[in-house]
Design a protein around this ligand. Structure first.
Ligand code: NAP
Length: 314
């Protein structure tokens, strides 16, 4: 592994890997810093590693499993010469090109003429007392990872978007009942997902409800729901709670250098350019509107093209 690169791509979800395919085919010899294995969305492969079937990625008539799609994209990038470094970026020290990148992989920094940030987003948590303690002990953010543990059990999913419904539908394979807890009286998810949830006899929807307390010493045993219309509370005996209430961008390490909005999404202009010359951003880290695998992949392609042109101008 060399220590100086034309382009370092940070993140290995659809955006990072598509940027890697394009940068590698442009003979820029990119290095992808791909993250560290974990159960969260900043692991190698990103959020799709925590997904079951992806039905809406063009080109797959019968759908494809999220991890399989990511494996295919990685192999495709590798085929054209992209290199991969397992690890996380700790900081990017120089304010201008060439950048010095410190990672968890080695004490010595890497040098890069340009950087493509594709660090994605991670799940938002409820912020309740006990939540951290019970994470992995009944509380989860990943149905595909943990659903199997809840065979013949009663469980709950919180959220009303596509993620929550996807999780709820998947969990009906294992659980006896899936309680869907949503804070409003209508779901945010796409109509097709809503219809599937309404049609599934195992899913019980609790409208206008929020989770206000978690109970359990060693593992989750009960949750408290509060009705948002009249504030009355009820206890629900569930052994699992899957939190699917959205995501927050993985941008904390860039906070002091890269311009971002109040929620931490990186600000881009003219495609994928950031405020720092030679640094580009793509995927969920800069997209608060579309947030689809295919739009992430598309912006990864844009970032590689922007980066290639910028390097050619230097
Ligand atoms: P999302 O669309 O932002 O939905 C988040 C849900 O959580 C909303 O229903 C929201 O309620 C609720 N929520 C937020 N904060 C909450 C809190 N503190 N307490 C209780 N509920 C809270 O996020 P997402 O479902 O993760 O989806 C993100 C994007 O990925 C979307 O564009 C989605 O379409 C896409 N996606 C697509 C697929 C697919 O096509 N197969 C699968 C998954 C995700 P409100 O509705 O009241 O705001």
């Amino acid at each position: 592994m060399q220590d100086s690169y034309n382009v370092v791509i940070v993140g290995s979800g659809p955006a990072g890997l598509t940027a890697a395919i394009y940068a590698a085919r442009a003979q820029l010899d990119p290095l992808v810093i791909e993250g560290e294995p974990s159960s969260t969305s900043d692991q190698p492969g990103g959020q799709l590693m925590l997904t079951t079937e992806v039905e809406n990625y063009p080109g797959f008539v019968d759908g494809i499993m999220g991890p399989e799609l990511m494996d295919t994209l990685r192999k495709q990038a590798s085929r054209f010469g992209a290199q991969f470094l397992p690890g996380k970026v700790l900081s990017i020290s120089n304010p201008s090109s060439p950048f010095e990148i410190f990672t968890t992989a080695s004490p010595a920094p890497l040098t890069a003429r340009s950087v493509i940030i594709a660090t994605g987003a991670k799940p938002v948590m409820l912020g309740l007392e006990n939540e951290d303690k019970l994470l992995g002990h009944g509380v989860s953010t990943c149905a595909t990872c943990d659903g199997f543990f809840f065979r013949e059990k009663e469980i709950a999913v919180v959220g009303g978007g596509d993620s929550a419904l996807e999780e709820a539908l998947f969990l009906t394979r294992f659980a006896t009942t899936v309680h869907l807890i949503h804070r409003r009286h209508e779901l945010r998810a796409s109509k097709i997902m809503q219809q599937r949830a309404f049609d599934n006899k195992k899913i019980v929807i609790h409208w206008n409800s929020i989770v206000t307390r978690l109970f359990g010493d060693v593992s989750l045993s009960e949750i408290e729901l509060t009705d948002t219309t009249d504030q009355h509370t009820e206890q629900l005996s569930v052994e699992g709670l899957f939190v699917a209430i959205g995501h927050t961008p993985n941008t904390s390490i860039f906070r002091d250098t890269i311009d971002m909005d109040s929620d931490g999404y990186i600000a881009t202009h003219n495609g994928t350019y950031t405020n720092i010359e030679g640094v580009f951003a793509c995927g969920d880290v800069q997209d608060r509107v579309y947030r689809q695998a295919i739009t992430s992949a598309g912006s990864g392609c844009m970032a590689a093209i922007d980066c290639e042109r910028w390097l050619a101008e230097q």
